[in-house]
Design a protein around this ligand. Structure first.
Ligand code: SF4
Length: 183
């Protein structure tokens, strides 16, 4: 994460421990963010059971710093686990807006990715990315807890590339809103 300057004994000997660590604000902030990924606790359908399995003792999400939060105002990540029906589109957009920036979305399972087995249903949104921006997609029906953990690893890699000078990444993506879900 940084550089230990062993060739500056005059400087380092004056410091407690005798070492100097140089890093950047980006690295420290990104490291802190990726080490404390706090997802919002809500599930939409059967994929949520696998998500709950990831939090349980066998998979133990806590060891990756992934600790679920009951309030969107304390959450970094929304894990969309399950079928997104059109009635739920507006509440999902509202909850997304209640999360502080920078916020991230993981689309878990075929239903959240594209409608899954219900892709031609009158009542199902054909992918949650029609209403909010998605950072990581997980394939499967349902994906296993390991797949969700891998998605968090990929999200952490994305977090480590964020830069302060760019406003922490690319320009914020704008959600499309529930009016676009009729397609
Ligand atoms: S992708 Fe499969 S397991 Fe997940 S919510 Fe849809 S039907 Fe259920």
């Amino acid at each position: 994460m940084g550089i230990i300057l062993e060739k500056l004994p005059g400087v380092t000997s004056a410091l407690p421990g005798g070492e100097l660590l140089l890093t950047t604000a980006d690295t420290v902030i990104d490291w802190g963010r990726k080490s404390s990924v706090w997802p919002l606790t809500f599930g939409l359908a059967c994929c949520a059971i696998e998500m709950m399995g990831a939090y349980a003792s066998r998979f133990d999400f806590d060891r990756m710093g992934v600790i679920p939060r009951p309030s969107p105002r304390q959450a970094d990540v929304m894990i969309v686990a399950g079928t997104v029906v059109k009635k739920m589109a507006d509440p999902i957009i509202q909850i997304y807006h209640q999360m502080p920036e920078p916020r991230f979305v993981i689309s878990m399972g075929s239903c959240a990715n594209c409608g899954g087995p219900y892709w031609d249903s009158y009542s199902v949104v054909k992918g949650v990315d029609k209403i909010i921006p998605v950072d990581v997609y997980i394939a499967g029906c349902p994906p296993r807890p390991e797949a969700l953990q891998y998605a968090v690893v990929k999200l952490q890699e994305k977090m480590m590339k964020m830069k302060l000078k760019n406003g922490f990444g690319a320009a914020p993506q704008q959600e499309k809103g529930s009016r676009d879900i009729t397609a």
